[in-house]
Ligand binder design. Structure first.
Ligand SMILES: Nc1ncnc2c1ncn2[C@@H]1O[C@H](COP(=O)(O)OP(=O)(O)O)[C@@H](O)[C@H]1O
Ligand SMILES: [Mg+2]
Length: 294
């Protein structure tokens, strides 16, 4: 899909608030400038976390997700993006700092408890059971609430018609894009209020990547607040309300997606490959309407 086409489907419903700019996060007070005000749905404050004793991978991460938002996390390989999602989902030990959901402390709560509280997580790899059918995979997603299965299956089959049509097909025989649908659908079976997605477009063709981003928007529009970690920074920033740039376990920048995408510092320091994309786009077709560029 062209940038213009992607823009047409993603633009305006979450337009960049006028006058907002991305902020370098040395300025902690300005950390969430541009973010909606009000009670956050999910908030991580000053997270320090790691796998091995004495080695911290997250070195003071902050993140705020407001109800209804779609936020993106981008940054170089090894920056700690996956670790941040795992820390939010109780899969890596948080050594200091806190995670709250709806104002309640959920720091280091077990993943299955978080699922019950309405958090869904789609890991980047090994996110389906290949020997099970699509339907069985979705049953696994709903095992904590089997009585909801039929209703939730209908919901995900509407979002992903292919899954309904092929419910008896084994997940192992599906394409990468279809498996990614199964993984997202499985996480949606428990009717999460927050969905955490780790690089859902990785390994997919450009067309399938675009489908994944549009599907993510659709899920978000269906009322699920989303945190998406992405290697395809340009697309991620195009669809998200706000983005965070993570570097070495710290937030480096944050701001409205479209603003970050055009922030020369962000491009120069973190989005080397994006710089060429943006330049190319500037000479051919603008990614965002000129009015929003300021
Ligand atoms: N299970 C693990 N045990 C030890 N170190 C890990 C583990 N997973 C990731 N790391 C380390 O944590 C750092 C951040 O990794 P990760 O969060 O996967 O980064 P990103 O998702 O941004 O590429 C890397 O240095 C990586 O080697
Ligand atoms: Mg990762």
């Amino acid at each position: 899909m062209s940038d213009e086409a992607m823009d047409a489907v993603t633009r305006d419903d979450h337009g960049t608030p006028p006058g907002t700019t991305s902020v370098a996060l040395g300025d902690r007070a300005g950390l969430h400038r541009g973010a909606p005000t009000g009670e956050p749905l999910l908030a991580a404050t000053d997270l320090v976390a790691g796998y091995l004793p004495g080695v911290n991978i997250l070195n003071g991460c902050d993140l705020v997700l407001h109800p209804g938002e779609l936020i993106g996390i981008i940054g170089p390989n090894g920056a700690g993006k996956s670790t941040l999602l795992k820390a939010l989902f109780g899969l890596v030990n948080v050594r200091s700092g806190s995670v709250t959901l709806g104002g309640e402390d959920i720091t280091n709560l077990r993943a299955d408890h978080l699922v019950q509280r309405g958090v869904g997580f789609v890991p980047q790899n090994n996110n389906v059971f290949p020997s099970l059918t699509i339907e069985e995979n979705l049953q696994m997603g709903a095992f904590q609430a089997p009585r909801k299965f039929a209703e939730r299956f209908a919901f995900v089959a509407e979002l992903f018609p292919t899954l309904g049509e092929r419910r008896r097909q084994r997940a192992g025989s599906l394409s990468g894009g279809e498996r990614q649908m199964v993984a997202m659908a499985r996480a949606l079976m428990m009717e999460p209020s927050v969905l955490l997605l780790d690089e859902p477009s990785a390994g997919l063709s450009p067309v399938k990547q675009d489908e994944t981003f549009l599907r993510t928007r659709k899920i978000n529009k269906a009322g699920v607040s989303v945190v998406i970690v992405e290697q395809n920074a340009r697309r991620a920033l195009q669809i998200c309300d706000r983005g965070y740039v993570l570097d070495q376990g710290r937030n480096a920048y944050s701001g409205p997606g479209r603003q970050l995408m055009h922030d020369p510092k962000v491009i120069e320091l973190y989005l080397g490959t994006l710089a060429t994309d943006v330049e190319a786009a500037a000479t051919h077709a603008p990614l965002i309407p000129p009015a929003e560029k300021s």
